[in-house]
Design a protein around this ligand. Structure first.
Ligand code: G6P
Ligand code: MN
Length: 445
């Protein structure tokens, strides 16, 4: 089984490889091909992987290439985890939005739109190449903004592209934990778009336990989203939102905290990662150790400004080891071995949410088997949530339109229609500002 990882020089690749190292069953991945546009990053990550594989007898073989077509040919699975414009681009996304007083975040609001506008054309090119060179491959998309990018790719790959994210899994795990259930025995009723979903129920042995959580201030104060949103607001919603909804429900505080921060998240990671890649280039430096230290610091500081704005304190120790690589592995296993699994994934709607058309990519629990990921039937969202989902999907559609046609007007419309951008004039200035710094937006006319 051949797995191709696009963005193979990326910092989180060792997590995926670590998950593969723990898989010894038949049908497991035996070959990993790393692809990246940057050979230096490939060398750095290949070193970390080699140290990680030491002593594991059936470790998947790793090769690396900067030739995309060569990487894709013959792949059974393709993981796409690229970052168009790098972390410098992420820092620019944040800075330009914040200068206008609106949210600059990797996936939400103006920052997410800018990131989407430069990522979609690259993702579409990849999708076309996969369709030509590896038509039977399954594409697992981690590339952010994951819902939008998955939808862009699905126009060329249909249901053979599946988007993943660890935030709904983490949320479901935390809610199950505080309710005293094992995550495996809990059914999480979650739906929305990527980074824009809600847990509306958590059934254990057929019984919805979420009302018990919502009624208990001590339980609500004992996990990340409970502290981030506060007991009163969660009770008013009657649901537990994905942590990224903090940017919507507490937008003013989040923007303020981001503006006050000495460095934005993107700028912090840009500097941190530059240190890591420079360090690993020195053969005397133990690569895995440096990687692990860097990873721990990254995880501990995740959404620090939001937590600070909410007075939510530090992250829990058990939230620090992601679930991202486990979702990816579980998805591959279910498809490759036809082992039925239920996973929250980004797939085409196909009638699941009546307010959206069938091709809109949504985030929803899916039954997965050898034929792919099939969304389960869910209750409709309440009006306020449907409103947000439809507004953000309309924005995504403008981004897709801009990327396809090169229309600057469509790009302005994308920014202007976003609920977190408060004026058409701001949208116009954002397009000018982003186009001035991002070479990847030169196509806008
Ligand atoms: C979560 C999100 C991912 C995102 C990551 C960002 O895992 O679900 O979509 O890539 O956080 O974390 P970072 O360390 O880059 O701020
Ligand atoms: Mn995510």
């Amino acid at each position: 089984m051949k797995l191709t990882i696009l963005g193979g020089g990326g910092f989180r690749v060792p997590l995926v490889y670590g998950a593969l190292l723990g898989d010894h069953a038949d049908g497991r991945v035996t070959r990993v091909v790393l692809h990246d546009v940057d050979a230096g990053r490939l060398r750095a990550i290949a070193r970390v992987l080699a140290e990680r594989a030491a002593g594991v007898p059936d470790a998947p073989e790793v090769t690396a290439t900067t030739d995309l077509d060569e990487a894709l040919r013959g792949a059974d699975f393709v993981f796409s985890a690229i970052r168009v414009g790098g972390l410098e681009g992420r820092a620019d996304d944040e800075r330009i939005a914040l200068a206008e007083g609106v949210l600059g975040q990797e996936t939400v609001g103006a920052g997410g739109i800018a990131f989407g506008l430069r990522t979609v054309p690259v993702a579409v090119d990849i999708a076309r190449r996969v369709a030509r060179l590896a038509p039977d491959a399954w594409v697992i998309n981690f590339t952010n903004p994951a819902g939008l990018v998955t939808e862009a790719m699905s126009r060329h790959l249909g249901d053979r592209v599946i988007g993943i994210c660890d935030s709904p899994v983490g949320l479901g795990r935390r809610v199950a934990r505080v309710l005293g259930a094992r995550p495996a025995e809990a059914w999480v009723d979650y739906v929305g778009l990527n980074h824009l979903g809600w847990v509306r129920g958590l059934r254990i042995a057929g019984r919805d336990e979420l009302p018990r959580l919502l009624a208990d201030p001590v339980l609500l104060g004992s996990f990340e989203e409970g502290r981030l949103f506060g007991a009163d607001w969660l009770r008013s919603l009657g649901a537990i939102p994905n942590e990224y909804l903090h940017y919507y429900y507490f937008n003013r505080e989040a923007v303020h905290a981001y503006r006050e921060a000495g460095r934005t998240r993107g700028a912090f990671l840009r500097d941190q990662q530059a240190g890591f890649y420079a360090g690993v280039a020195d053969p005397a430096v133990p690569a895995l150790e440096l990687w692990d230290r860097t990873r721990a610091e990254r995880e501990a500081t995740y959404m620090a400004e939001n937590r600070e704005a909410a007075g939510a304190g530090e992250r829990e120790a058990e939230d620090l080891s992601g679930g991202y690589e486990n979702v990816a592995l579980a998805l591959m296993r279910a498809i490759a071995r036809d082992e039925r699994a239920t996973l929250i994934l980004n797939v085409r709607n196909r009638g699941t949410l009546a307010a959206l058309d069938g091709d809109a990519v949504i985030e929803v629990p899916c039954l997965v088997d050898a034929h792919g990921a099939h969304p389960v039937a869910v209750d409709p969202l309440p009006g306020h949530a449907t409103g947000l989902v439809c507004a953000v999907k309309a924005v995504e559609r403008e981004v897709l339109d801009a990327a396809r046609s090169g229309s600057r007007a469509a790009a302005v419309k994308a920014f202007a229609l976003h609920p977190l951008v408060d004026s058409v004039n701001v949208a116009r200035r954002l397009v000018d500002g982003y186009a001035a710094v991002h070479p990847g937006l030169a196509y806008l006319r």
